[in-house]
Design a protein around this ligand. Structure first.
Ligand code: HEC
Ligand code: HEC
Ligand code: HEC
Ligand code: HEC
Ligand code: HEC
Ligand code: HEC
Length: 433
């Protein structure tokens, strides 16, 4: 017994196409919308004798990165010297000033703590910093303290929100996939309900027909079946056809748009260099190696000499480190494989974004400090650039260069914040040669 007559089958097909269309539309929504990373405005705890203003901390950070970071981390981690976390609690400020300026002098004067620390670290000599003023050293210590406060805050946040920061970052994505799942579920339920309804209609019609109904009643029954006639019509079939074509076209266009988009690209590098180890565990600042980020267009990949600042001593025997030595001996650069690569007709400048725009590396590159191997996390498409320029408010406060622009914007746009779009961030010539 055939339960579904032709019109009903046609209608079912129509519904199927419609739901396929819906599902494809849902899945194919472009993923270039970037969530802005939350800014941490940790207001540091006060420490007697130290100026904890942002300017001082910034100066301290610069000094620390340049002078101390090759041997010290701001965590408990021992690099060559002890981790400096908690150093302000375990030592007096005047002692620290003397030690950092000239540790050898302090040791020779017989200071018991100095002698003890020196022996504890196998009498490794710490460099003397005779050129640093008290204020310089205090700035470094202020930075160490502020980094400590930030770590505490981060740890508190991680425990507060179960799942930690990674989950928080991914949450927008998770929400979206939940939504998609729910919608698909709804569509499936709808299709099922419709199918059941059609079955019932079909069965009922059959049943009524099999009864010996009077002439007029039969007419009514037959009329009902005719209600499905519109679905047999040419117009309906054309609609279904057009729907189907649209689906195919959308899928085609999307796959074309994806040509050259390399999100997730993570090539194997010639040396097993790990950001997770260097930038994560040992907290080496990105700029220590990527020296160009605040100065110019390119971030720079560090030369082998920068590696040697540390690996002249650390892990000399490791085969991976031997590759650095080999490169230096042959006077050849290490052949790192490029991960991020914009097309030649696009102009992108790191300093503009990192120094002027105050955007964190992670907003564009993801959490590099957690990556064993660097992976491209953003699509680097035009839509991605434009999307951020539309959304991001320019950090104009305290920047004289923007004062007049900001005033102009206030006069013209009222309360709306000034985004990158408002300073010309959507002009073709800004990004295209
Ligand atoms: C060449 C490596 C090196 C550099 C560069 C270096 N240190 Fe040290 N530092 C050490 C070592 C090693 C020790 C452990 C004591 C020793 O062996 O002399 C130490 C000890 C210390 C201590 C004492 C820690 C404690 O627990 O008492 C402080 C504070 C310190 N360094 C601060 C600094 C600061 C600030 C700078 C940058 C201006 C700096 N160091 C640069 C190697 C270094
Ligand atoms: C000790 C030096 C060092 C530090 C510190 C460091 N990097 Fe790197 N970085 C490298 C080297 C070497 C490469 C090239 C090899 C590779 O891709 O792993 C690289 C590659 C990269 C790349 C990919 C470049 C490309 O080819 O497109 C990005 C992005 C990057 N680093 C970001 C960061 C960020 C963000 C930080 C700070 C959280 C950081 N790096 C800290 C040495 C460093
Ligand atoms: C500021 C110091 C510092 C700099 C600069 C640095 N490293 Fe390292 N590196 C370390 C420390 C510390 C370790 C961990 C050593 C250990 O595990 O005992 C390490 C470990 C490594 C290892 C793992 C070695 C092994 O066999 O376990 C590799 C590979 C490496 N570094 C490559 C590089 C390269 C390439 C560069 C230059 C782009 C570089 N490092 C720059 C401090 C540094
Ligand atoms: C606004 C987004 C954005 C920010 C912020 C950003 N980058 Fe990049 N980065 C890019 C793009 C886009 C490229 C590819 C550039 C190209 O191909 O010309 C790139 C390339 C790189 C490269 C490869 C070498 C080069 O210069 O082309 C490194 C290394 C790098 N970035 C490191 C960093 C570090 C470290 C930071 C933080 C201090 C950072 N980036 C901040 C977008 C960004
Ligand atoms: C995460 C957000 C973000 C992304 C992604 C981003 N930008 Fe920007 N961009 C900014 C901000 C913020 C500024 C404004 C900096 C300032 O204050 O001048 C800016 C400014 C610029 C400017 C200067 C505009 C002007 O009018 O002065 C250019 C050019 C530019 N970006 C190019 C790019 C390109 C090309 C890409 C993609 C490869 C890109 N940006 C991706 C945030 C972003
Ligand atoms: C904020 C930076 C930015 C601005 C503003 C911008 N573009 Fe682009 N554009 C890009 C980037 C990045 C790409 C490379 C996309 C890729 O490789 O997938 C690109 C690619 C293109 C392409 C090549 C498309 C392709 O798939 O290869 C054309 C054409 C183009 N842009 C035209 C324009 C025009 C016209 C304007 C002005 C209305 C404009 N762009 C403004 C960043 C920008």
């Amino acid at each position: 017994m055939r339960l579904l007559n032709k019109p009903n089958r046609l209608m079912l097909k129509g519904i199927c196409y419609a739901s396929i269309f819906l599902i494809v539309m849902l899945f194919s929504s472009p993923a270039w919308a970037q969530e802005a990373a939350p800014q941490d405005n940790a207001s540091p705890q006060a420490v007697p004798g130290l100026d904890m203003s942002e300017a001082t901390i910034a100066k301290g950070k610069e000094l620390f990165v340049g002078r101390c970071q090759s041997c010290h981390a701001v965590t408990e981690q021992v690099v060559i010297g002890p981790g400096l976390k908690g150093v302000l609690e375990r030592r007096e400020l005047p002692w620290l000033l003397k030690w950092i300026r000239n540790s050898q002098a302090l040791i020779q004067s017989g200071d018991p703590i100095a002698v003890q620390v020196y022996n504890e670290y196998n009498q490794t000599q710490m460099t003397s910093f005779l050129d640093l003023s008290d204020d310089d050293i205090k700035a470094i210590l202020a930075y160490v303290k502020s980094a400590e406060n930030q770590q505490q805050q981060a740890a508190a946040e991680v425990t507060a929100q179960t799942g930690g920061s990674e989950a928080a970052q991914a949450s927008s994505g998770i929400n979206q996939s939940y939504l998609v799942a729910i919608l698909i579920g709804l569509v499936i339920v709808l299709v099922l309900v419709l199918a059941v309804l059609l079955l019932i209609v079909s069965l009922l019609t059959r049943f009524l027909k099999s009864q010996n109904l009077p002439e007029e009643d039969l007419e009514v029954v037959n009329e009902k079946i005719d209600l499905t006639a519109p679905f047999r019509s040419k117009a309906f079939l054309t609609m279904v056809g057009v729907f189907f074509l649209l689906v195919v076209a959308k899928a085609g266009i999307d796959s074309l748009m994806d040509v050259g988009v390399q999100t997730g690209y993570a090539p194997t590098q010639p040396i097993a260099f790990s950001h997770k180890l260097h930038a994560g565990k040992y907290q080496i600042d990105c700029q220590y190696c990527h020296t160009g980020v605040r100065k110019g267009k390119s971030a720079n990949i560090p030369s082998a000499n920068i590696c040697m600042n540390c690996h002249g001593e650390i892990k000399r025997g490791s085969p991976e480190i031997q590759k650095i030595y080999a490169a230096i001996e042959k006077n050849e650069p290490i052949k790192w494989v490029r991960v991020h690569n914009l097309q030649d007709f696009v102009y992108f400048n790191h300093a503009q974004h990192v120094q002027v725009g105050q955007i964190e590396c992670q907003q564009c590159h993801g959490e590099v400090e957690k990556m064993e191997v660097v992976q491209q996390r953003s699509p680097l498409t035009m839509g991605w650039c434009i999307d951020c320029h539309r959304k991001t408010v320019v950090k104009a406060e305290g920047n004289d260069y923007y004062d007049r622009l900001l005033q102009f914007h206030k006069n013209n746009a009222g309360k709306k914040p000034m985004t990158v779009e408002d300073i010309g961030g959507l002009e073709c010539s800004k990004c295209h040669y």
